[in-house]
Design a protein around this ligand. Structure first.
Ligand code: 3PY
Ligand code: MG
Length: 251
């Protein structure tokens, strides 16, 4: 099965991602069927365990959205399990050094390129019987740059062979530059975000960033970012309910 998200990003296009924190295959199915290009199951900050992620990947697979996993960390064993469960890409958090980036790539690629262990039960169901022949090319590997340390190692990290792109975590990046959490840091952290985007794009790598709403998605796309999302399912649910409840109270 072609990874349409990866093709779009490689061709320089933009894509809308959805971000899931709610441990429910039903809400995953609802979100994935809304016309987004990709859906990310967030194991790091979402309330989701592996069995729930499996069911969520199954739900996402009933749509055309490409299933992505964000592991808790950049632990190769966890990355391999998400891929075996049918994630067609990963967004790995806190990739602060070239060594971590190398470990991430290696976990996503079968030998001789990497060290991914073989046994992809849902990989085959989702990707097709020829999964093994194409997995190394189809699986999307995005590494998160979200700290001052990662920025100081930026050139060496971006030169790691096999990464497909970078994904910025603006909250963590802001914290590491001494600011508060938020998707729209100013000053040094904002300058770092543009440096990351520019250096990645210069190397032909895909660029993505976490956004807090659709207006910010537009702004980031204008800045040149390719993969954006408007907050996550929990925030969307809350915003939807708050606006309806407030309307009712006002009427
Ligand atoms: C961040 O902003 O740090 C993220 O990881 C987004 O979830
Ligand atoms: Mg983060």
């Amino acid at each position: 099965r072609p990874n349409t998200l990866k093709r779009t990003l490689q061709a320089g296009g933009t894509a809308l991602n959805a971000w899931l924190s709610i441990p429910s295959s039903f809400s995953a199915e609802v979100v994935a069927s809304c016309g987004v290009d990709a859906v990310t199951v967030d194991m790091q900050h979402g309330m989701i365990d592996f069995a729930q992620a499996l069911a969520m990947f199954q739900a996402i697979s009933s749509t055309t959205a490409i299933p992505i996993g964000r592991p808790v960390g950049s632990n190769p064993v966890e990355i391999m399990r998400l891929l075996d469960a049918g994630a067609y890409g990963v967004i790995c958090p806190q990739v602060d050094t070239p060594a971590i980036a190398e470990a991430v790539v290696s976990a996503c690629r079968y030998p001789p390129v990497g060290t991914r262990s073989f046994g992809p039960p849902r990989g085959v169901l989702y990707g097709g019987a020829d999964y093994f022949a194409h997995a190394n090319e189809e699986i999307l590997v995005l590494i998160m740059i979200e700290s001052r340390l990662a920025v100081s190692n930026l050139d060496k990290i971006l030169d790691v062979k096999g990464i497909d792109g970078v994904f910025i975590g603006p909250n963590d990046l802001s914290l590491s530059y001494g600011g508060g959490p938020g998707c729209d840091p100013q000053g040094e952290a904002a300058e770092a975000m543009e440096t990351i985007r520019q250096k990645a794009a210069d190397r032909g790598l895909a660029t993505g960033i976490f956004c807090s709403d659709i207006d910010m998605c537009h702004r980031r796309i204008e800045q040149g970012f390719q993969l954006v999302n408007a907050a996550n399912d929990g925030a969307m649910l809350k915003n939807g309910y708050v606006s309806q409840v407030n309307k009712l109270k006002e009427s």
